[in-house]
Write a protein of this length. Structure first.
Ligand SMILES: NC(=O)c1ccc[n+]([C@@H]2O[C@H](COP(=O)([O-])OP(=O)(O)OC[C@H]3O[C@@H](n4cnc5c(N)ncnc54)[C@H](OP(=O)(O)O)[C@@H]3O)[C@@H](O)[C@H]2O)c1
Length: 250
């Protein structure tokens, strides 16, 4: 008899996360916990998912995102309710780089929500998964974390923290049954990039990015670029000599 998966999504109102949830529930009914900062938005997502998968047990948890004690308490209570099969950490926002340069409070907020907070959540889940020797922990980073660029290096630095953290966690958990999946989306059509879409940016569809995340989680892939072409693009950008890189307006 196959057991229902126990899935937790932090930042569950994210468009990418919501589409991952739809795909997981389309595979099979599951026990799904949606964690987020806004109860109403969480309930909206939960209602839609319940309609799509009436057999699933879907609940919402309103949470703190920066308080380490509160994060530990929330994850402890989630883990106490049953062994977690998949935890996806999805929250983040795209700050205005110019504002971060002129306003340290904005820079701090961007670093905290995109770097510190996901890492603290991941660390809290990792301890429980390591103890259970079971589970897949997926964290959404970004291609922006691969090399600091003048157009978005504060966001990039936070995502770089997530990248380095995930590497270390993968090293720690190598040889266990716990998988850590680092997701690096390229520009994707979600509310976060609505302003870029208006400027004519080419964006991947949220459905395709979510599908690649779900596939990577299933396979326990250590790193996934979504869409895959961003592996090549970011490899080139990372390898560009500084003299050439500094001439680029990116
Ligand atoms: N879209 C892209 O082009 C792209 C590219 C690379 C990486 N990513 C990453 O993908 C992940 C999902 O983003 P998305 O594209 O799905 O964007 P989205 O639909 O705008 O979702 C953003 C999520 O982050 C949460 N969030 C924003 N600010 C927060 C804060 N201060 N404290 C707590 N939660 C906060 C939002 O919660 P509320 O609903 O409560 O606002 C929402 O759940 C993020 O980590 C993002 O950095 C996105």
């Amino acid at each position: 008899m196959s057991q229902r998966k126990n899935i937790v999504i932090v930042g569950a109102t994210s468009a990418i996360a919501e589409h991952c949830a739809r795909l997981w529930l389309a595979q099979a009914a599951a026990d799904l916990t949606l964690v987020g900062r806004d109860a109403q938005r969480l309930e909206r997502v939960a209602a839609d998912l319940r309609a799509r998968s009436p057999q699933s047990d879907i609940r919402v948890v309103q949470a703190q995102f920066l308080d380490s004690t509160a994060i530990a308490a929330i994850v402890d209570s989630l883990a106490a309710q049953g062994r977690i099969d998949i935890a996806l950490i999805a929250h983040g926002n795209l700050p205005d780089q110019a504002q971060c340069q002129s306003d340290l409070a904005a820079a701090r907020q961007a670093l905290e929500v995109n770097g510190l907070s996901p890492v603290l959540y991941a660390e809290a889940f990792a301890g429980h998964m390591e103890k259970a020797n079971h589970g897949t922990l997926a964290i959404i980073g970004s291609v922006a974390g691969d090399r600091g660029r003048k157009s978005n290096y504060v966001y990039g630095a936070a995502k770089g923290l997530v990248t380095r953290y995930a590497e270390g966690l993968q090293h720690r958990l190598a040889g266990t049954q716990v998988r850590v999946v680092l997701v690096k989306p390229g520009p994707t059509d979600t509310p976060m990039t609505a302003h870029l879409k208006g400027q004519g940016a080419k964006l991947a569809s949220v459905e395709s990015v979510a599908q690649q995340i779900v596939n990577a989680v299933e396979a326990g892939k250590p790193v996934v670029y979504a869409p895959g072409k961003w592996l090549l693009i970011m490899t080139i950008i990372r390898l560009l000599p500084r003299a050439v890189f500094h001439k680029l307006n990116i």
